[in-house]
Design a binder for this molecule. Structure first.
Ligand SMILES: Cc1ncc(C[n+]2csc(CCOP(=O)(O)OP(=O)(O)O)c2C)c(N)n1
Length: 275
């Protein structure tokens, strides 16, 4: 494995736009080896995970912790872990195969995976426990947790939101991947009372910022932790399937792999600079 300094320099030599285009291509590449993969959920949070993992997180002592509460979007995390040498290319290529190390949802025990997630609505509670443990230890480690807007339909998420505030967890940063889709429908149609998200989080005692979740510069600013002893949330406006025209806001791509023609079109779009 490369040292963190060498790796940081290599990663920093590319822009977030270049890195994310490359990550999306790698995810598509894996999609050709298995019958189904959560592509659109991973494309929705590609820039979020890139900026958090590659730019904001400390990976050496004291290491920060990353939790992908929307576990089905884990392919973007796997690809970044492979780039960092924590997972191997072989691991990626054997995604969702009988003897592969990587399943459709993250499993604790796999290198780089801080908790088993995928049963939606539980990741934030785990993140709260981890942030509290770090606080009790007097550690400087921060916990970053990516949740989906669909998870805001789960009561357990709101219990965790309250608890984080009660405990004054200023070392906890939650990013809401707000693509306005859940499994079958738009969140704003099926569960309109989830909105307005930022105001609700603020009334629960969090510091809150919102931003374009595909704009690295906006994400960097919004992710600056609060200095007020409160947990911090970023409501990141995203597009499900971002980066491939025919996948954007088309829930069909929540769980489907492209055929050969679709694959070629997607790869071509992701090769165009500026998309
Ligand atoms: C507790 C639970 N219920 C149902 C599911 C099945 N499921 C997988 S993804 C998904 C919804 C996806 O929408 P969202 O959580 O908003 O994530 P997105 O992919 O839109 O970012 C559902 C219902 C699950 N994983 N966990």
């Amino acid at each position: 494995m490369q040292s963190d300094g060498v790796l940081r320099a290599a990663v920093a030599s590319k822009s977030s736009i270049e890195r994310c285009r490359q990550y999306r291509r790698r995810i598509l590449n894996v999609s050709q080896r298995v019958t189904a993969l959560h592509i659109a959920p991973a494309f929705s949070c590609t820039e979020i995970v890139d900026v958090v993992f590659n730019e904001l997180m400390r990976h050496d002592d004291p290491a920060d912790i990353f939790l992908m509460s929307k576990g089905h979007g884990c392919m973007i995390l796997y690809v970044i872990l492979a780039e960092r040498g924590i997972l191997t290319d072989g691991d990626l290529n054997s995604y969702c195969t009988p003897n592969g190390r990587l399943g459709a949802h993250p499993d604790f025990g796999v290198p780089g995976i801080a908790a088993s997630t995928g049963s939606l609505g539980h990741g934030l509670s785990i993140a709260v426990g981890q942030a509290y443990a770090e606080k009790l230890k007097g550690s400087r480690s921060r916990v970053f947790c990516v949740i989906s807007d669909g998870e805001l339909q789960e009561g357990s998420t709101w219990e965790a939101i309250m608890m984080a505030s009660n405990l004054g967890l200023s070392n906890l940063i939650m990013i809401v991947d707000n693509n306005d889709f859940s499994g079958l429908e738009r969140v704003s149609i099926g569960h309109p009372a989830v909105y307005p998200i930022a105001e609700k989080l603020s009334s629960f005692g969090w510091s809150v910022a919102d931003c374009d979740g595909h704009d690295a510069a906006e994400l960097r600013t919004a992710l600056q932790p609060s200095a007020c002893g409160r947990p911090h949330a970023v409501v990141a406006r995203t597009v499900k399937g971002k980066g491939v025209s025919y996948m954007e806001n088309e829930n069909l791509w929540h769980y489907r792999s492209p055929n050969e023609v679709e694959y070629a079109k997607a790869m071509s779009e992701l090769s165009e600079p500026g998309r």
